[in-house]
Design a binder for this molecule. Structure first.
Ligand SMILES: *Cc1c(COP(=O)(O)O)cnc(C)c1O
Length: 344
């Protein structure tokens, strides 16, 4: 790996971050807050929230098995996807490499930040090798994006190839494990100490059932986390989100239960799809959705929309011709989809 200083944009490396009122005192128990021009009335909404979300990180650290100083919390994973561009990629100069097809936000953020995006097509099994990712990179490649389990294909990327990529790449590998809670594969976030150039993304939006509160996280070594903290908006995670995340983390067994139920439902749905005349193939999945090749994805999609059932039409995505991406819902939602398709 290159040094973090070499990888970081010079303006960001030199940046003196905004120092918020709540950051400046320490080592004392504060009682009277006359420092931030807040309104003394309307508690608790009148106060600025903890800019570094210490309580949330404390609980998250126990659940995720990652030290607090190696955790960044963002306004959804979206923030954790944008920050590596803003920290490492010089607009118009640097580039990033990513598997293709994958989650659309990596490219949107590249375009917003004026950073060249180099997609590397997965093979027919939706897999990739370290060799192919590295062959697409050059001396200006700052990031390699891997999503596992991958969206929209649903499969996990072969662990050995991810590991080889991390070890051999001179820049930073961002591994998005948004669907990791559903996966049979071991997470890479427990191996951060071995890999100083690894950023692992998780989210509260999927297995944790909290898409509405907008909370995503990045796990990385503490130097990278410090860079993120310097560049992020000072109060990027609002009080209500922090409170709700703490509530959710009091009941982690709920998440385990949801995951177990969804995986059973997923297996039932996959088997049912295989029997549908309109379904040609179901791809292997390690997530709470699956990709299905249909006889005519566009027509089936329109047919379902007309009945108020919305799935994701991926037919125009490379390697996903005639594919629909089906999220696993509750039993009655899943049955509605199946019965509509049986009548198609
Ligand atoms: C859904 C999803 C996310 C979650 O994004 P949030 O901003 O945290 O809601 C992240 N990555 C992938 C690949 C996803 O599919």
């Amino acid at each position: 790996m290159k040094s973090l200083e070499e990888l970081t944009r010079p303006n960001i490396w030199k940046l003196a971050p905004y120092s918020s009122a709540r950051n400046e005192y320490s080592g004392h128990t504060a009682r009277v807050f006359l420092d931030a021009n807040e309104n003394p009335y309307n508690a608790p909404l009148n106060r600025y929230p903890d800019p570094l979300q210490s309580e949330v990180k404390k609980q998250l650290s126990k659940i995720k098995g990652v030290p607090q100083e190696c955790i960044f919390i963002g306004n959804g994973s979206d923030e954790a996807i944008d920050l590596p561009y803003r920290c490492f990629c010089r607009p118009g100069i640097d580039n990033v490499v990513a598997i293709e097809p994958t989650y659309g936000m990596y490219k949107v953020c590249a375009d917003i930040n004026d950073v060249e995006y180099r997609p590397v097509l997965l093979d027919e099994k939706y897999q990739i090798t370290a060799d192919r990712l590295l062959a697409a990179s050059d001396n200006h490649t700052k990031l390699i994006w891997i999503c596992s389990p991958n969206n929209p294909t649903g499969n996990s990327i072969i662990r050995d190839e991810i590991e080889k990529t991390i070890i051999r790449f001179e820049g930073i590998v961002v591994l998005d494990e948004a669907y990791g809670d559903f996966s049979s594969q071991k997470s890479f976030r427990t191996e951060l100490s071995k890999h100083p150039n690894l950023i692992v993304l998780n989210t509260f939006s999927k297995a944790w059932g909290c898409a509405a509160i907008r909370m995503g996280m990045a796990f990385a070594n503490k130097e990278i986390i410090q860079l993120f903290n310097k560049v992020k908006y000072p109060y990027n995670v609002n009080l209500l989100t922090q409170q709700q995340a703490l509530e959710a983390m009091k009941e982690p067994y709920e998440v385990t239960k949801w995951v177990r139920t969804l995986l059973l439902e997923r297996n039932r749905m996959v088997e049912a799809f295989k029997l549908l005349p309109s379904c040609l193939r179901v791809y292997p999945t390690d997530a709470n959705f699956f990709l299905a090749k249909m006889t005519d994805a566009q027509r089936i999609y329109d047919y379902l929309v007309a009945r108020g059932i919305i799935v994701r039409n991926r037919t125009r995505v490379q390697l996903c011709n005639n594919c629909l991406r089906i999220t696993i819902g509750n039993k009655s939602e899943n049955n509605e989809l199946l019965s509509a398709l049986r009548q198609y």
